[in-house]
Design a protein. Structure first.
Length: 343
């Protein structure tokens, strides 16, 4: 029996009551958590969806993966988090990140490390019912606070990984499951924790694209835009550690709104084929993702647990449909092996 928490990423891509049906199925099949991304132009409001999910489920953990403190003021996030936590006591995790697809389409910049430090400080104070000095003009507090809400920080670069280890209640690692890159990421988190005098490393949740398949090469071609986006956004050195040497231009025309969330996925795959070969995509799937048979994925999840990871959330390819097929495939095969579920 594995203690590793296995979650699934579900974009709020449809009406809330329909998304809740997907979440209920994940709960029935034994998933531990459902994580919802937040991007105001791509999907429905994440906290509206979380509210419906909280009311429509009983056991499964609920979290944001992730919301941000750029399009949403920390005080607004604190109120929303408190409201969801009231509906799902002990089940809600507030995952935070720099913004990415929330800030880019409206011309804002990603949250800096300094701003993230201050924002998390404000969030934590408000959720604990403490007063906060707002720009030296007024001191205010949150009524009916919920101090038990854990604050998890998503990070990929060294600076934010150390920051997460220093101040967050948990860390969402965006490095994939490649052993070399994962070890480096965990080391940076540990540095931050030790530097701040923390006696224990915070919980670590890894995000990973997943496909239960007997034909990894065929499925791997579909994640070329993901690999290209990593290379485009400063991740080429991480890819190189796994033997993937690719160069992608800073701007890729013909893809909206971005490589990871392309509305026309087939076109994005074709465009990215100019830089990401089938061989590179296969290597990426094998190293950074959880692609393979149920047995192969189960073995890799067990290996993650021995590396110190406490949780994983799985992603499917695509942003505008719920991961129903992935939930069925993992829930009826991988989880039965990993956790002994008989649902």
């Amino acid at each position: 029996m594995s203690a590793l928490r296995v979650g699934i990423r579900v974009p709020p891509c449809d009406r809330a009551y329909r998304i809740v049906e997907t979440v209920r199925r994940a709960e029935q099949l034994g998933f531990d958590d459902v994580w919802f991304p937040d991007s105001q132009l791509l999907w429905r409001d994440v906290f509206t969806t979380l509210t419906a999910a909280a009311l429509g489920t009983e056991r499964i953990g609920l979290g944001t993966a992730v919301t941000n403190l750029a399009t949403r003021h920390p005080a607004v996030v604190a109120s929303a988090a408190r409201s969801v936590a009231e509906l799902a006591p002990g089940r809600f995790t507030l995952g935070l990140g720099v913004g990415n697809s929330s800030v880019g389409p409206i011309g804002l910049r990603q949250t800096t490390s300094a701003a993230m430090r201050e924002g998390i400080g404000m969030l934590r104070a408000l959720l604990h019912g403490e007063e906060w000095d707002f720009e030296g003009k007024v001191r205010s507090r949150l009524r009916d606070p919920r101090p038990e809400v854990p604050l998890h920080l998503a990070a990929s670069g060294p600076k934010n990984l150390r920051l997460a280890g220093e101040i967050a209640d948990g860390v969402i690692l965006l490095s994939g499951v490649s052993p070399k890159t994962l070890a480096q990421a965990i080391a940076r988190v540990r540095e931050g924790a030790e530097g701040s005098g923390r006696t224990a490393q915070p919980p670590l949740t890894v995000s990973a694209f997943c496909a239960v398949t007997d034909d990894i090469a065929a499925e791997a071609r579909q994640i070329k835009p993901i690999c290209a986006s990593i290379a485009q956004n400063g991740g080429a050195p991480f890819l190189a550690l796994a033997g993937i040497d690719v160069q992608v231009p800073a701007t890729v025309p013909g893809v909206y709104p971005d490589l990871v969330h392309a509305e026309d996925w087939k076109a994005a795959v074709d465009i990215c084929s100019a830089w990401i070969s089938d061989e590179a995509a296969l290597r990426f799937a094998q190293e950074f993702c959880l692609f393979g048979t149920a047995d192969q994925i189960t073995d890799r999840l067990r290996a993650l647990e021995t590396s110190g990871v406490t949780g994983v959330f799985l992603q499917h390819v695509g942003s505008y449909d719920p991961p129903a097929d992935l939930i069925e495939a993992v829930g009826t095969s991988v989880l039965t092996h990993l956790k002994g579920n008989d649902r």
